[in-house]
Design a protein around this ligand. Structure first.
Ligand SMILES: [Zn+2]
Ligand SMILES: [Zn+2]
Length: 212
């Protein structure tokens, strides 16, 4: 892909930086040289990814779309690493991730995360085709077991929170089929032949797949 489109990892990084500078309203020749170096700027100019409308740098249509994609993937990855995996040091991995995921994975991830509008730093996540009102899935792919209808069954997708070890020990893990027996006062679920009563907070960390 990099050979045919001319978007190397280095160009991707520069386009991402361009996007961020523009968001901060700090787009100028000086700020670009400061952030991507003079060589970097020369490169973007010589490949025609970047041109000038007076003092304003403008990306080609292709480069603009690429920048948007990269930023979108980076910020979706940040959401995944922070919200789902509970990582606090995710910046470097998000930078790697943004270059390797395919559009299909990107879309699945966005849907999985509920089409988040912003990254954990509060910056907007550019929308993808999956985020438009028409195609947006109404229900998320996963929900807490505590939100199931009483009596219904679902398959556990993942566990979250500080009780993962304990739950795993009780035989609850990804792939287990659970049935919700009651919601209050505690959440009671049936896993295989075992009935478990869970505090609401713990039950909120048991995520099941809501679609078949
Ligand atoms: Zn961010
Ligand atoms: Zn989406």
């Amino acid at each position: 892909m990099t050979e045919t489109t001319g978007f190397s990892g280095h160009v991707d990084e520069m386009l991402e930086t361009f996007w961020e500078l523009r968001e901060k309203n700090d787009l100028s020749r000086n700020s670009l040289v400061r952030e991507i170096t003079r060589d970097g700027l020369d490169h973007l100019e010589s490949t025609r990814f970047l041109t000038w409308a007076g003092d304003t740098p403008v990306l080609s249509e292709e480069a603009e779309a690429r920048a948007r994609d990269i930023v979108r993937r980076h910020r979706l990855a940040e959401r995944l690493f922070r919200d789902v995996l509970d990582l606090s040091n995710f910046e470097e991995d998000a930078c790697t991730f943004e270059h390797v995921i395919s559009p299909d994975v990107e879309e699945a991830l966005c849907t999985f995360l509920g089409h988040p509008p912003t990254c954990p730093h509060g910056r907007p996540i550019p929308k993808g085709p999956c985020c438009s009102a028409l195609s947006k899935k109404v229900c998320p792919l996963f929900s807490s077991v505590a939100h199931l209808e009483v009596g219904s069954k679902a398959k556990v997708a993942f566990l979250k929170g500080s009780h993962v070890d304990k739950l795993t020990h009780m035989g609850l893990g990804p792939g287990s089929t659970v049935r919700l027996i009651q919601k209050r006062p505690s959440v009671v679920i049936q896993v295989e032949e075992t009935t478990l009563a869970l505090d609401h907070e713990i039950a909120m960390g048991v995520f099941v797949k809501t679609t078949s």
